[in-house]
Every structure is written in C-alpha cells, then in structure tokens.
Design a protein. Structure first.
Length: 422
C-alpha cells in the first residue's frame, strides 16, 4: 500500500484510541458517544485471490509472526455508533463569555486575568504603579478606535515593549485584545500573553501603560518559518490546481510531519522540530494559508485552538491537531472544512461559519501502514484486497472500509460512515 494512499473519511471516530483536544493544564476528552472505539470485524471466509499487481505486504509491521485467530464480531463492537445524521462533535467543552466575544469592546468590563484564563495558553500579569515619574513623551496617546491597528503593528513587528497613554476606562479593552477568541492573523495567534504596568495621570482620566508582549516565536524564527512554508506551498501548488485540494495537502503535510507534543509551542517547533501542541499546528497552517492566498484565522477556546478558512465567501473550521492521530498511522479529515453544526454552542462560530460543512472528500490518508496495521491488529502478511467498499459490521453500516486477507481469514476495518453533510 502506498504511503499516500487515500482511505475513507472518518466522519465518526472509529479508531482504537481516544481523540484529545489540547490544553496546557489538562487534555480535554471528547463526548464519548461521538468518538467510539475501533470496529475491526474478523470473520472466516474463503481465500480471495490477490491480483498480480496488488502491492506486496510490508514486513516488520503489525503481528507478522502468526495469523490472528478469528474473533466473534460481538466482541469487537465496544459501544454503539452515533446516529448517521449527527454531525461530528467539536470535542470542545462549553464556551465561556470570552469564547463568544466578537470584539475587545465586548471585554472592556472583563478583568484581563479572567479573560486570559478563558483563552488558550494566554498568560497575563498586571502591576499597578502608584508613584513613579514618567516621561510623557514616551507614552503617545492612542485613541480607542486606534487600538486594533496599534496592537497589530506591535505584533506583526514582534515589538516587545509597548508604551501608550490611553483612557483609563478603556484599560481592560486594550489589554484584552490578546484574549479575543478569533485570531485574524498569524501574528495574533503568535502572541500568547503580556506583562503590564500602569499608573494614572493626575486627573485619573488616563493611564500610562507599559506592556511587554509575549510571543511563541521571534522575528528570525518567523522568517525561517515563512521560507519553509513557501517550500511547502510551492510543492502543493505544482501538484494541485483546486483550492480545496491545496488546503487539504497542506493539512496532511503538517499532520504527517508533526507529532502532537503537549507544552511544545509555536510554528517553528511544528515546521522544524516536528513536534508541538495545537498552537503550533494552527500557526504553521496559518502561515501556509497566507502564502497560498487563502484567508485564514484561528479560534481559541480555553483549552484548544484551531483554524478557520474562507472558501467562496464562507468560513469553515479546519482542525489539523485533531485530525493528526499518530497512534493509528492515519491522517484523518473528520475536522476538515466543517460548518457551524459541530460548533453550535459557540455563538461566535455559529454566526461566522457556513450553515453546512463544505462538500468535499473526507478520505483519510494512510501515513504509516505498519503503524496502522499494528493499531488494528492486522498481520503484515495480510494482503490489501479492497479499498473503499461499503460494509456492515456488527449491525453498523459503514460507507467505506479497508479489507485485508490472510489465509482463510479476512480483516475488515470500518473507517467511515454516512454523517449527513458533515
């Protein structure tokens, strides 16, 4: 089987491990009924001849020492699958007020530390200075309508120390830009917190504010990431002409080259060290989309962050972190170009995302066949005899499957079932 061979889309998690969202404090488990374990039905059958041009079986993967004994199908179905009409779970918990904020104006009355606690991996520390001489010339006045452009200028130029004079009533609004759930650019995604000191002017109407912005990667690392992303995008554009295929190719490349690693942050770790958590996947994907010319944002909850892309004027969710499941050797597309159905609890996403998921193939990719065989208990000398056929396993209809054969036994893995337009 070719490494880049496509297999059926996983619109329900039918694999023998649990999908996890990422958090600095604790990994979030998905809703159990929407992520059941794998279904691998082993049944006795007559030998099916393998054609001459079938790919040879790999050695060194799976349980190659001896054929596995047939098992009763009743023992392979651990729990019922969700109803075919249910969209895939987002895997996210209940949103906070911060997760549903649409602008910093919405957070002007929210304590910055509280806002940061509801924003993925955002750290905020604030110190009030009661008496300290300042040079007012070092603190230019920034009006509320200029907050966004001023802050984005800091982030896009990797400015660490930011000194401004702002209206005291707008202090929280200014500081809470870093905690907004929608990250409009890579630079917003790359800023993960701040340390601030401020004091009031004699009238009490204004504050002199000094902010040290924190970033996952610096300017030099960003330049390196852009060069690496340019190489990726160049290869993708040469291989594919369709925008959806190009987006999927970037998604698969990042997944295939990256191992999810908690508390390893940033696009640089994703693109150069091959290990990171969700902020790395998200930021690297954002850089690539920018070079590809595809509008791309990020969305952060209290314990996860993922991408949003725009196609034909509508926005869709792409979660490469959740689609990268190394322990099964497969790159999935269950969270590729999803609409609002899977994020109905999040008002911001519900209003922003398309009503339905994008109509495209969600066929998964076998990234490592040996790992896949091992994960599903398929011997290395079992031949691949069917790809993509529908099958009924333990009473559940699957629209796609992979079937392997070894002697008088066949191994069928149900890997996709009809799930509406999600």
């Amino acid at each position: 089987m070719k490494k880049n061979r496509f297999i059926a889309a996983v619109l329900a998690a039918v694999i023998s491990f649990t999908l996890v969202a990422c958090s600095k404090k604790e990994k979030e488990e998905p809703i159990a009924t929407t992520s059941p374990p794998a279904t691998v039905a082993l049944s006795e059958t007559t030998t099916v001849p393998v054609a001459e041009d079938e790919p040879e079986s790999e050695t060194g993967g799976g349980n190659a020492s001896a054929p596995a004994a047939p098992q009763s199908p009743a023992t392979t179905q651990a729990q019922a699958q969700p109803a075919p009409t249910a969209p895939p779970s987002s895997g996210l918990g209940k949103p906070s007020a911060v997760s549903n904020a649409t602008s910093a104006e919405d957070l002007k009355d929210v304590d910055p530390a509280t806002a940061a606690g509801s924003s993925y991996d955002t750290e905020v520390t604030i110190q009030t200075v009661t008496t300290q001489p300042v040079s007012t010339a070092e603190f230019p006045y920034v009006a509320p309508e200029q907050f966004e452009s001023h802050i984005l200028n800091c982030w896009s130029n990797f400015i660490v120390k930011d000194k401004v004079m702002i209206e005291a009533s707008r202090l929280n609004q200014y500081l809470n830009y870093v905690s907004l759930p929608v990250k409009d650019s890579f630079f917003a995604t790359n800023c993960n917190g701040l340390s601030a000191r401020y004091g009031y002017d004699p009238t009490g109407k204004y504050v002199y504010l000094e902010v040290d912005w924190n970033y996952y990667i610096n300017a030099d690392q960003y330049a390196s990431c852009k060069n690496r992303a340019a190489t990726i995008v160049s290869g993708v554009t040469k291989s594919y002409t369709n925008t959806v295929d190009r987006i999927r190719a970037v998604h698969d490349y990042i997944c295939s080259q990256t191992a999810y690693t908690l508390n390893v942050d940033g696009a640089y770790n994703c693109l150069f060290n091959g290990r990171c958590d969700c902020d790395g996947y998200t930021a690297a994907f954002q850089i690539c989309m920018s070079l590809l010319g595809v509008p791309c944002k990020a969305f952060a909850t209290d314990n996860h962050i993922f991408n949003l892309v725009q196609l034909n004027g509508s926005w869709y969710a792409v979660d490469a972190t959740w689609d990268d499941q190394d322990s099964a050797g497969i790159i999935f597309a269950r969270y590729f170009l999803l609409g609002r159905q899977s994020y109905s609890n999040y008002a911001t996403l519900s209003s922003m995302l398309a009503p339905a998921s994008y109509d495209c193939s969600r066929i998964g990719t076998v990234a490592n066949e040996a790992v896949m065989r091992s994960a599903f208990g398929i011997p290395a000398d079992a031949k691949d005899v069917q790809l993509g056929g529908s099958v009924n396993l333990n009473g559940q209809n699957y629209t796609d499957s992979i079937t392997f054969i070894q002697g008088n036994y066949k191994y069928t893995v149900g890997i996709s079932f009809s799930n509406g337009n999600s």
